[in-house]
Design a binder for this molecule. Structure first.
Ligand SMILES: NC(=O)c1ccc[n+]([C@@H]2O[C@H](COP(=O)([O-])OP(=O)(O)OC[C@H]3O[C@@H](n4cnc5c(N)ncnc54)[C@H](O)[C@@H]3O)[C@@H](O)[C@H]2O)c1
Length: 270
């Protein structure tokens, strides 16, 4: 451990179960000396697993539906009270597409579901940042990270409406990052993560095969949730204090590789 987050206060969204990327971030943030509040949608809380994480990391839980502005404002107000000061880091680890869940092809997307996906997975990021800014709840030099996927840049047919939604999420990081950076030196980045075996990840059609494909392309192989958490910790730390408005690939080199020897062999081309 490096004590990278010693004395820092945070808010971590999206820890549903032990596979969640946010779960690993919480464990690592705790190891690195941070104190934080855990939050999730009230409906996800009913599964109860988050209580074990709270106990393990000595954290309190403040439920908040990330689409609800009032609940988000309450989250920032309560978190500051619980932790005793402004917030130094926030993890947005929230994603959900009803079109994906219901296996609806992209070209036949249901627009109510599409809107829901935008609200939960992208607009929630804007709302979270707006709530924090209105309350002046994030400290100068604070760091906000949201998780995204490369379907925002290149087409992955099975990722359907989430591709467009992630493009919006990444754009919000740039747009809000400008304003919040100028006014309060708050930095905002997205981390574009490898396919990862979580509830959200494995809900995608053909995930298993695609996971293996990505693993065979990336020179380092797929990045797992734990290494993603490590990367998030560096972004919350002061060591990355001049990094903002970036979409940062955390994918074992996948995004820069056209084709790999392994895939060529599998195709019978070598
Ligand atoms: N798993 C992957 O392959 C992968 C790859 C790249 C990026 N990501 C992104 O990582 C993030 C975390 O997902 P994960 O893979 O850890 O899966 P996960 O299913 O463990 O986490 C998703 C979380 O979103 C929460 N959530 C849903 N609706 C909400 C709402 N209205 N308010 C508050 N929280 C809500 C869920 O309760 C859950 O905790 C998502 O943004 C996802 O798109 C995942």
């Amino acid at each position: 451990m490096y004590n990278l987050l010693k004395g820092k206060r945070g808010i971590i969204t999206g820890a549903l179960d032990q596979n969640s990327i946010a779960w690993k971030v919480a464990e690592k943030a705790h190891e690195e000396g941070a104190e934080f509040v855990l939050t999730n949608a009230p409906i996800a809380m009913r599964m109860g697993e988050i209580n074990a994480l709270a106990e393990k990391t000595g954290s309190q839980i403040v439920p908040a539906d990330a689409t609800n502005m009032e609940e988000l404002e309450n989250l920032f107000t309560q978190s500051q009270e619980i932790l005793g000061g402004k917030i130094d880091f926030v993890l947005h680890s929230i994603g959900m597409s009803v079109n994906i869940r219901k296996k609806i092809p992209y070209t036949e997307s249901n627009y109510d579901y599409f809107m829901k996906g935008i609200d939960v997975s992208a607009m929630s990021f804007h709302k979270m940042l707006a709530a924090a800014k209105k309350l002046d709840a994030i400290s100068e030099g604070g760091s906000v990270v949201a998780l995204t996927y490369m379907a925002a840049q290149r087409t992955y047919p099975f990722y359907t409406d989430m591709a467009d939604i992630k493009a919006m999420l990444e754009s919000i990081a740039r747009s809000f990052g400008y304003h919040y950076g100028l006014e309060k030196k708050v930095r905002i980045n997205t981390v574009s993560q490898s396919p990862t075996k979580t509830t959200a990840g494995t809900g995608i059609k053909g995930f298993g095969d695609f996971y293996d494909y990505a693993d065979a392309i990336a020179p380092l192989g797929n990045a797992d949730a734990e290494s993603c958490a490590d990367y998030c910790i560096t972004l919350f730390s002061d060591l990355t204090r001049m990094v903002t408005m970036q979409n940062l690939f955390h994918d074992g080199g996948y995004s820069s590789t056209g084709v790999s020897d392994i895939v060529m062999q599998k195709m019978g081309l070598e």
